[in-house]
Design a protein around this ligand. Structure first.
Ligand code: ADP
Ligand code: MG
Length: 214
């Protein structure tokens, strides 16, 4: 269980102040909606460990993670602009997290190839990522996020750079893969249709607090 306990954050000169708690069970997807600037990305960064909150705790299974660095939290974060490595091919982008965990390169690449096979991207494994379409790049980003078997997946507006048809298609595909992996998933989106399609519960972030939507 991912647990945010009384997270508090504000920025000097800004009205926004996060002051909230939230729980997400493994296998569950929770959507966070909210206007631009309402603090959605800030909250994900705090969960991921890229930012230390002023106060409050991020817990997994009751363990406080505040002192645990991002790469040791077992969480994967995926941004809207995919942030793939342009100098690496698709396979090495996907293998990256395993190599970072010190798995030998050959084994990491083998696992990456197996995952790419499942994602329908085996033929593109040796291409540079920038030769792929937007939808394909987003799939590579998901494969890269999932390869280390994270216990939580944090998605920050994952499809907002894509057109409507592709968005609907990826929504289904992502939901299926998230359900298979039994992760706790936090989906940040400004698209209520997307939230309805993917999340069992949704909250709106308003004035730093979470208002229950469904
Ligand atoms: P959202 O993702 O909902 O659009 P953000 O979390 O990116 O919102 O930003 C929330 C607010 O906090 C914005 O007003 C933003 O300008 C401000 N903000 C974000 N990060 C910082 C920072 N490091 N320093 C100062 N202000 C920040
Ligand atoms: Mg944002």
């Amino acid at each position: 269980m991912l647990e945010l306990d009384q997270i508090t954050q504000h920025y000097a000169g800004r009205p926004l102040a996060l002051s909230l708690s939230l729980r997400v069970a493994p296998g569950d997807t929770v959507a966070l909606l909210g206007a631009s600037g309402s603090g959605k990305s800030t909250l994900l960064k705090i969960v991921a460990g890229l930012q230390v909150p002023e106060a409050g705790r991020v817990l997994w299974a009751g363990e406080d993670l505040v002192a645990v660095p991002p790469e040791r939290r077992g969480f994967a974060l995926m941004f809207q602009d995919f942030a793939l490595f342009p100098h690496l091919d698709v396979r090495d982008n996907v293998a990256f997290g395993l190599i970072e965990q010190r798995l030998p390169k050959a084994q990491a690449r083998e696992q990456a190839e197996a995952l790419l096979q499942r994602f329908g991207l085996a033929a593109q494994a040796r291409q540079k990522v920038w030769t792929l379409s937007g939808g394909e790049q987003q799939r590579v980003a998901l494969a890269r996020a999932l390869i280390t078997r994270p216990r939580a997946l944090l998605l920050d507006e994952p499809f907002s750079a894509l057109d409507a048809d592709l968005r609907a298609q990826l929504r289904e595909e992502f939901s299926r893969r998230i359900a298979e992996s039994n992760m706790a998933c936090v989906l940040v989106t400004h698209d209520e249709t997307e939230a309805r399609a993917m999340a069992r519960h949704a909250w709106r972030l308003r004035e730093g607090r979470l208002v229950a939507l469904w």
